[in-house]
Design a protein around this ligand. Structure first.
Ligand code: DAK
Length: 262
């Protein structure tokens, strides 16, 4: 079933929800209405207990998202800019820290806020025509939707600084080389590969997926000793689930598990 929110289109494929930013005439630049609809789409998806994985992509063949809308940004005063930065940071944190697994299917330009949207996702795959970058410096600003923090954690501070200080775009192959995207496929293969990956993850037990995200995301903010203790706690928590019992029983009985997501 396809639900059109006008600037954000969602489509459900069993446990996978496709979220498409739909403003191709502006290369899917994120204006307030699009951001609001993206938030609403995520809220609706999270209310659906069936969904385990979301794919985010951009409409059209040119862009994933070419950034925050520069026309909207230009007249902002400092407090208005700060408010938008905080609002969007919170939206992107819902992607990173929420229980759904997010895959960014980068189908063209992922620049500025578009690259930051992809950075908040758990997995990034790119079409071979994709171009990624943080060109904010060319506008006299710094990234404000998370790149100064997420990008160095993903690709290292030196490479992150180079991207943000030069504002230069890199292609999909270069992005894969520095670990900014997980894999590169042809543009024709992109959505097929995104769905294949999404379905393979959606076939796993939901609570284990959530706890893996939580362990990685929260553990990265801790020192190693606390992080190991945290991992042990979450590992222990798995043994409160029906799926731990089923998964191990199925292995020992040499059959496929029937996950209940509980
Ligand atoms: N904003 C608004 N419109 C955009 C846009 C953007 N980011 N990117 C493209 N468009 C529009 C173009 O203006 C054009 O509109 P029309 O002239 O047709 O009306 C249409 O999309 C097609 O774009 P082009 O004609 O430019 O297409 P080309 O193929 O020639 O070039 C391009 C494609 C991606 C190289 C080029 O469009 C480009 O350089 N776009 C801007 C890329 C960019 O600098 N992105 C980063 C923006 S900065 C914050 C608020 C926001 C943010 C952070 C914090 N706070 C309030 C704190 C986020 C910042 C950014 O993302």
């Amino acid at each position: 079933m396809e639900t059109s929110h006008e600037r954000v289109i969602t489509e459900k494929f069993d446990a996978v929800t496709l979220i498409k930013i739909n403003r191709p005439q502006s290369l899917n630049a994120l204006d307030p209405l699009t951001l609001q609809q993206l938030g609403a789409a995520i809220t609706a998806m999270e209310a659906d207990p069936q969904t385990k994985v979301a794919i985010i992509t951009g409409a059209g063949s040119k862009a994933f998202v070419a950034g925050g809308d520069i026309g909207v940004m230009q007249p902002l005063d400092p407090l208005g800019a700060r408010r938008i930065a905080v609002d969007v940071q919170q939206l992107l944190n819902r992607i990173e820290y929420g229980s759904t697994v997010f895959i960014a299917a980068i189908n063209g330009y992922a620049l500025g806020g578009g690259c930051e949207l992809a950075l908040a996702c758990d997995i990034r795959i790119a079409a071979d025509n994709a171009q990624l970058g943080q060109p904010e410096v060319n506008l006299g600003i710094i990234p404000g939707w998370g790149a100064t923090q997420r990008l160095p954690r993903l690709v290292g501070s030196s490479m992150a600084k180079q991207l943000m200080l030069t504002g230069e775009r890199i292609n999909a192959a270069q992005a894969a080389q520095i670990g900014l995207v997980n894999e590169v496929v042809t543009a024709a293969e992109l959505m097929g590969r995104a769905h294949e990956l999404a379905q393979s993850i959606a076939a796993k037990p939901k609570i284990a997926l959530q706890l893996i995200k939580e362990a990685v995301n929260n553990g990265l903010e801790m020192d190693m000793n606390r992080a190991f203790a945290y991992e042990a706690d979450l590992f222990g928590l798995c043994f409160a689930t029906a799926d731990q019992k089923e998964g191990m029983r199925a292995f020992l009985e040499k059959r496929q598990p029937n996950w209940r997501d509980e």
